[in-house]
Design a protein around this ligand. Structure first.
Ligand code: NAD
Ligand code: ZN
Length: 348
């Protein structure tokens, strides 16, 4: 352990930048990374404003941040796929490799998983972190640190697209054009959807999503989404519906958007249980899928970024210096409709 400067959530509503004791020794199978860029995520902001998410409560000071990219500066014993100087991004969730879930390949839902900036685990808004090499991924030369820090939320979109089992030419509907919804739409299009009808109430968010080829924006304040989907699909319905708003209300009408035999992928996490229209779901034999973070999606996400087929740069709204990271969080709390992703950078 060693004292390191970090952005610390002391308790609900109170952030400080100060020294805090954090792991510093690079053990076998681990690498030490100099952090370059960290994204501000809705969950980090929620811990700041509410002090908890469901059962996860901030009971003692916790370093925030889990969407990170940086440079390897030390390599532990036995690590062969990384070397000092490699530019990397990191999966923030570390499962128990011997758990039953991990052995089944479902390591993201291992009950023993520890995840950066999920109490009581510290996040990575600090200059250096130690991490298992197996959860550290090399970035291609043409993928910047800023994009590397976008891999974490993009991997959620990739997991959603994978769970949907998209067929080439499918029509998708994405409810919610926040960072997650927009990245789900991008992943669905990369995965073969011919178009993604993206619905939101906030026009600025829709304008950002609409920059991507294949996105059809629908402002649900002005247009009836069910009518639009029906019109665009010749009354058949969409093949895949991704619920990415987290709004309970979205579930009231969602079944009507899907085609017979279609799939609904629940990505958004409503705070309270929602009503479920079993009869409509059954008469259409709708398949329901759920998503919790991601498993085995970092390699694919990085490959798509490296291929140039996916560009996440238009989603980065503003970058703050580490010294201004409290400002970045206060800006995220403002929830400007023109902001998608805010990032914090350690180097000029
Ligand atoms: P966000 O709040 O930034 O975006 C939500 C968007 O939905 C907003 O633009 C809002 O205007 C819009 N919206 C609200 N009600 C709507 C409605 N009825 N129809 C359509 N759009 C509506 O949130 P985010 O960071 O993009 O995350 C979205 C959701 O995904 C959250 O519930 C979050 O908890 C969840 N999430 C899930 C996972 C997972 O692993 N399953 C991972 C990350 C985030
Ligand atoms: Zn995140």
């Amino acid at each position: 352990m060693a004292l390191q400067r970090a952005l610390v959530l002391e308790r609900q509503h109170e952030l400080t930048i100060r020294d805090i004791d954090l792991p510093a020794d690079t053990g076998p199978g681990q690498v030490k990374i100099r952090i370059h860029t960290v994204g501000v995520c809705g969950s980090d902001v929620h811990y700041y404003t509410h002090g908890k998410i469901g059962p996860f409560v901030v009971n003692k000071p916790m370093v925030l941040g889990h969407e990170a990219a940086g440079t390897v500066i030390e390599v532990g014993e036995g690590v062969t796929h990384l070397k000092v100087g490699d530019r990397v991004c990191m999966e923030p969730g570390i499962p128990d490799p011997n758990s039953r879930a991990s052995r089944l390949g479902l390591y993201n839902i291992d009950p023993a998983v520890t995840f950066w900036a999920t109490p009581p685990i510290h996040g990575v808004l600090t200059p250096e972190v130690v991490h298992p090499a197996n959860y550290t991924f090399k970035l291609p030369d043409n993928v910047s640190f800023a994009e590397g820090a976008m891999v974490e939320p993009f991997a959620v979109g990739m997991q959603a697209a994978a769970k949907a089992k998209i067929a080439p030419g499918d029509t998708a509907v994405v409810l919610g054009a926040g960072p997650i919804g927009t990245m789900v739409a991008i992943a669905a299009l990369a995965g073969g959807c011919a178009r993604a009808i993206v619905a939101d109430l906030a026009q600025p968010k829709l304008n950002i999503a609409a920059q991507y080829q294949g996105v059809i924006p629908v402002n649900i304040r002005e247009q009836d989404l069910a009518e639009e989907v029906s019109r665009l699909t010749d009354s058949w319905g969409a093949d895949v519906i991704f619920e990415c708003s987290g709004a309970s209300k979205a579930w009231e009408t969602i079944m009507g958007l899907a085609c017979p035999g279609g799939v609904i992928v629940a990505v958004g996490l409503p705070v309270n249980p929602v009503g479920f229209d079993v009869s409509t779901a059954s008469t259409k034999e709708i398949r329901i899928e759920t998503v919790f973070r991601y498993a085995h999606q970092y390699d694919r996400s990085i490959a798509l970024l490296g291929s140039g087929r996916v560009d996440l740069k238009p989603l980065i709204s503003e970058t703050f210096a580490f010294e201004d990271s409290i400002k970045a969080y206060d800006r995220a709390v403002e929830a400007r409709p023109t902001d998608v992703k805010l990032q914090i950078c350690f180097e000029g």
